[in-house]
Design a protein. Structure first.
Length: 118
């Protein structure tokens, strides 16, 4: 299987010399040294990225919980304000009239229906 190549250009000649020296001391090729260094850096940054994502998720959960608490508090306040308002339907007492005998011609009112059912 052919290996892909990657051209690497150093901005600092001093860094290039250090790569040669470390690779020589480790008795590995410069490519292998750079590949190991890149792998190490990618893994380290990946761990940092995972940590950053975890921290962001925790912060989002916290903000979401705070927002939820604020919504509940506002809802309770609105409910309390509404409870202070007058009732939209006014109650009134239904006075009993003298009972009339039920007949086919008598109108069927809610009160009469209630009395017939009991």
């Amino acid at each position: 299987m052919p290996r892909s190549t990657f051209s690497l250009r150093f901005r600092s000649e001093r860094l290039r010399e250090l790569v040669r020296e470390v690779a020589s001391r480790e008795q590995i090729s410069q490519n292998e040294l750079l590949e190991q260094a890149a792998e190490h850096e990618i893994v380290a940054r990946g761990a940092l990225l995972a940590d950053d994502l975890d921290a962001s998720a925790a912060r989002l959960r916290s903000l979401t919980a705070t927002a939820y608490d604020e919504i509940v508090a506002a809802s309770m306040d609105a409910f309390a304000v509404g409870e202070a308002n007058p009732e939209p339907l006014r109650t009134r007492r239904i006075s009993r009239r003298a009972e009339r005998p039920a007949s086919a011609e008598a109108p069927l009112t809610a009160v009469a229906a209630f009395h017939r059912a009991t």
